[in-house]
Design a protein around this ligand. Sequence first.
Ligand code: DX5
Ligand code: ZN
Length: 217
Amino acid sequence: MAVQINPSILSADFARLADEAKAVEGADWLHVDVMDNHFVPNLTLGVPVVESLASATDTPLDCHLMIEAPDRWAPQYVEAGASSVTFHVEAAAAPVRLAREIRAKGARASMALRPATPIEPYEDLLPELDMLLIMTVEPGFGGQAFLDIMLPKIRRTRELISKHGLDLWLQIDGGVSAATIERCAEAGADVFVAGSAVYGADDPAEAVRGLRAQAEA
Ligand code: DX5
Ligand code: ZN
């Protein structure tokens, strides 16, 4: 299982997004947090910014939609150039239909769970997805403390993926740092989003290499 590190541009300088994307070349994906001030109490960016960013970097974009009505909006993020689109199951009206639509438009389909949302009710949906995102903080802000109580959920999800023999990436997002990434890798995560741990470092590219080495160890 190959480890992937996805720096989150939420912790970057929004006035210099193209340069901030270049600062982490060598990362597998660039994680783009879209917030609408309804699903989460914060507001970030939308389709036009994703479109510009997609043409400014060769690193594929991993768009995490923390928004209401993802059924209506997610396809537009694929059209804007996102290579992976994550919607929250708590907000989706028809998650299977939405995952199929994202795939049909040519992107990887991913579904996210807030910390209090269990995985078990969604076991039968897993074959419809390319990635599952387990939030390890309450979504909305960077720089929050990692929720250790999510480790059993990561472990159970990895077991379900193995049980069904699926090629499904397991991403975690929130509080990932040098202090927490090894526990998450050990529990079975393979795609790691890191915002403040990358963009808060003096050398973001070096921070990505450091996190990868720890997760692979
Ligand atoms: C939070 C976002 C995260 C955020 C993570 O709701 O989904 O992607 O950027 O930031 P850190 O890594 O600082 O916890
Ligand atoms: Zn995110």
